[in-house]
Design a protein around this ligand. Structure first.
Ligand code: ADP
Ligand code: MG
Length: 378
């Protein structure tokens, strides 16, 4: 953790990128991806994939592991970071890397800059990290399963965050301007300021309190609840205006527990203002007061977030996770079909190969796609 090893971005080639993408795609249905599978879906004209994989292992972007029934490759954290950062660099969204400025519960935050040296914020989602610790003594099948899942969960979290940030920004909510995302990484405007939790006093607590409560209501009227509306996810910019961040956990006001989440967000603000600014008010919003005037929740469900979700739905269902992510060991499902899964890995057929090859090509095309920033922020 900590510093990103970005030097690697310069000396790895397009062929390396292709091999890593092939392993990434292979990991959708294999715990460990057999080298022969990587070789056949990477679709490199001149071959030599095994040599490339060996080099990628040296750089710790891949690991080669012995499984119970077959051996194969696995993408590491660093390998996944590399894929996303390389794609964002190729798209010219980011051109240089700065310091780590935050470690959240499930993310690492860095400053980066574009080609014109404008500072930006890069958020790397790291879900499911805590799972690995707990699975050491379990069967290796189980361990691999968890290790493969972080990749999907982190990607879904980032995709969801970007979709919400974009929808909120489009509606004029005070959120960082979303710039682009790739895999588990989101690039956004860097807020000049700090989280509310670092603020010891404000000129007008009542005005800020009202503004925050109004935001909760405006969100609710759009059909969404932030779900983690606290002093760590509310920033104050240099002019003292609140900027809301951190959206992967947002839920629809149609969620069965919506009222509970709504009340919890309201309570967070009330308690913080009481503790920090000695400010209390009898006025606070209630769930039943919401007047729906927008369908942001439905819009998000139709966006790219859903496309990603569909691709990985089967896997998520298999893991019994759905979209509510938990790192609680007890909630991890038991998987007994290890031999079945492994047989699948050993005997992939032509049809599987063709599908995977297509996914590799599509992924690489998408990663090379020039970003239409103007269009994104229109
Ligand atoms: P997590 O989901 O891990 O809680 P957050 O999105 O809340 O991650 O970010 C963690 C911290 O990083 C924040 O409390 C804030 O200090 C900093 N941060 C996040 N986004 C930005 C941003 N756009 N500009 C500046 N700082 C940010
Ligand atoms: Mg946070």
């Amino acid at each position: 953790m900590g510093k990103l090893d970005v030097a690697i971005l310069r000396y790895l080639t397009a062929e390396d990128f292709r091999v890593l993408t092939a392993v990434e795609m292979g990991m959708k249905n294999h715990e460990l991806v057999p080298g022969s599978l990587v070789a056949s879906i990477a679709n490199l004209r001149h071959g030599g994939v095994h040599k490339l994989m060996k080099e990628l292992c040296k750089h710790r972007l891949l690991t080669y592991e012995r499984g119970k029934h077959y051996d194969g490759y696995r993408l590491t954290n660093a390998g996944y970071d590399y894929l996303a950062l390389k794609a964002l660099t190729n798209r010219k969204v980011i051109a240089s890397f700065g310091n780590q400025i935050g470690v959240g519960k499930e993310s690492n935050i860095y400053t980066v800059a574009d080609e014109d040296r404008n500072p930006l914020c890069l958020k790397l989602h790291r879900l499911g990290r805590t799972c690995f610790r707990n699975v050491k003594d379990k069967r290796d099948y189980h361990a691999h399963r968890n290790r493969a899942s972080w990749l999907y969960l982190s990607r879904i979290s980032a995709t969801k965050e970007f979709a919400y940030m974009k929808a909120l920004h489009d509606r004029g909510f005070p959120v960082p301007r979303p710039i682009d995302f790739n895999r588990h990484c989101v690039v956004m405007e860097l807020v000049q300021g700090g989280p509310l939790t670092h603020v010891t006093s404000v000129p007008d607590p009542e005005a800020l309190y009202d503004e925050l409560m109004n935001l909760i209501v405006r969100l609710g009227n759009c059909g969404v609840i932030h779900g983690d509306f606290n002093e760590f996810n509310i920033m104050l910019d240099d002019e003292g205006r609140p900027i809301i961040i951190d959206f992967p956990q947002m839920v629809s006001t149609n969620h069965p527990n919506a009222e509970l989440y709504f009340d919890r967000d309201v309570k967070c603000v009330r308690e913080f203002f009481k503790k920090r600014f000695a400010y209390e008010s009898d006025l606070y919003p209630k769930f039943e007061d919401l007047e729906r005037d927008d369908e942001m929740d439905a819009e998000i469900a139709c966006s790219g977030y859903k496309r990603i979700k569909m691709i990985d739905d089967e896997l998520l269902q298999e893991m019994g996770i759905g979209l509510q992510v938990s790192d609680d060991e007890e909630s991890q499902p038991e998987c007994d079909e290890a031999t079945e899964e492994e047989r699948k890995a050993a005997n992939y057929n032509e049809e599987d190969l063709a599908a995977l090859r297509k996914q590799v090509e599509e992924s690489i095309l998408n990663d090379e796609k020039k970003l239409e920033i103007e269009k994104l922020n229109a």
